[in-house]
Design a protein around this ligand. Structure first.
Ligand code: GUN
Ligand code: FE
Length: 440
């Protein structure tokens, strides 16, 4: 049934493929042949060599029985700029944590050499840990944010990159923009980034959160996103204190969600981090607008912010992905986000034994397909569906890693949410990006 000529197929991978689909939480395809075309897209996934032209393809890999392929993971919320202090400074609640640690560190990204160093490390570390797609916050600095985009592109990571916007930070006055600066620099950031024509890296409009943006700035950013059909990311309802202050600061709005909504910032390309304290009414608005939630369980617990009831979000049919939220979350690994998501769901079950705990399989889906849907990138990534880019991890379960096997189907493959030692290779859009090829 194929009319593709042999030369269009670049590589054929043989092995077991594990992924989520719209209909199946986790599907295990044993001993298949997956063809990737010269554009890096999945061309075919089948059981017979006869489906492939006999010439022109290259058999790349016979996966042994302790190995399998899974889709690359999608980190829907990570602060690249906070990687420099990940794992430290988790002793204060959110708003004090921002003023005491975060804003002073982010101010350092004025220095491009500092930025280059940290951004190189965070891109390599997340790729190494299987994050094939990352949705990044940078800082308020346009040039350093552009550098993050360049570094992600150079290492072959799929990324959304946001220059952070904030004009009402009163605690660290040297880390703040005027409304005009924020607006003009966002425009410059977007146009410079689009000019580069990176195949996998895109700009995302990034108001930090309602507490650090004036209504005027929120309005401008909503306009910019609308006029350029861009992604939007921010934070919402992470802590109760924040929700209370937003209510005081924006008394004329129905809710925190309504503040973003009224400024055109709640669209089907919006991803909002946390959402621990969203009401049912707010989740309905998310659903209506097609906006998504980034569940950041490590951060939620580490900063004592709250526990997102992921089951409730799913019941509302709101798109949901997982995020590491470095450095509120101390781990840059999506495998950690998977474990913490299960932990939070179990903590909710301890509180209420009737609670419908998330299953391993559901969380696997959130880390892969769910994340791609949350970022509206599911046309390109999230599973091995024909036509999508080949974003994949070759996982080796024979190496002892962490304690959790995500799926253990009797004699079948184990999907271990172990650690980076179990990730033998990482592919993005058909290109092998891990192990790194050292350039001189
Ligand atoms: N809310 C506003 N800014 C931030 C941030 O940098 N991290 C977290 N976790 N929440 C925020
Ligand atoms: Fe965050």
């Amino acid at each position: 049934s194929s009319n593709k000529s042999a030369v269009d197929i670049a590589h054929v991978y043989r092995g077991t493929f594990v992924h989520s689909t719209d209909h199946t939480v986790v599907e295990i395809l044993e001993d298949r042949l997956l063809g990737v075309d010269t554009e890096g897209k999945v061309y075919s996934i089948c059981m017979e060599w006869s489906a492939y032209p006999c010439e022109g393809h290259r058999l790349v890999h016979f996966v042994v029985c302790s190995e399998f392929f899974m889709p690359g993971m999608v980190d829907t919320h990570i602060h690249a700029s906070q990687y420099s202090y990940a794992g430290t400074a988790l002793d204060l609640p959110l708003l004090q944590w921002l003023n005491t640690y975060t804003f002073p560190v982010e101010a350092c990204y004025k220095d491009l050499a500092f930025a280059r160093n940290v951004y190189t490390h965070v891109v390599k570390r997340t790729l190494r840990n299987g994050t094939t797609t990352a949705c990044y916050f940078a800082t308020i600095h346009t040039d350093a944010s552009l550098l993050l985009g360049q570094i992600a592109n150079d290492f072959g990571q799929r990324a959304l990159v946001g220059k952070v916007c904030m004009d009402t930070n009163n605690f660290v006055p040297h880390y703040r923009e005027t409304p005009d600066e924020s607006h003009d620099e966002t425009n410059r950031f977007i146009s410079e980034m689009l000019k580069k024509k990176y195949p996998l890296v895109m700009p995302v409009v990034t108001p930090r959160f309602a507490l650090s943006c004036s209504a005027a700035l929120l309005g401008h950013l909503g306009e910019i996103a609308k006029n350029n059909h861009l992604h939007i990311q921010s934070h919402i309802s992470e802590t109760k204190e924040e929700v209370k202050l937003v209510k005081e600061l924006f008394p004329d709005y129905d809710s925190y969600t309504d503040v973003y909504h009224k400024h055109n910032l709640l669209t089907d390309k919006t991803v909002m981090a946390h959402g621990c304290h969203l009401t049912d009414e707010e989740l309905k608005l998310f659903r209506e607008k097609g906006a998504s939630v980034a569940h950041c369980p490590n951060s939620n617990i580490s900063l004592c912010s709250g526990m997102l009831d992921a089951r409730r979000v799913l019941n509302h049919k709101v798109k949901l992905g997982l995020g590491t939220d470095v450095a509120g979350g101390y781990s840059p690994s999506m495998l950690d986000a998977v474990r913490r998501t299960l932990d939070t769901s179990k903590a909710l079950t301890i509180q209420d034994p009737q609670y419908q705990t998330l299953t391993f399989e559901e969380v696997f889906r959130l880390a892969t397909l769910g994340g791609s849907q949350a970022l509206s990138l599911d046309e390109h990534t999230g599973n091995f569906q024909v036509g999508k880019d080949f974003d994949a991890l070759r996982v080796n379960t024979a190496i002892a890693g962490g304690p959790i096997d995500l799926i253990n189907h009797g004699e079948g493959p184990k999907v271990g949410t172990r650690d980076d030692r179990n990730i033998a290779e990482v592919y993005v859009a058909g290109k092998r990006v891990v192990p790194f090829v050292e350039t001189t």
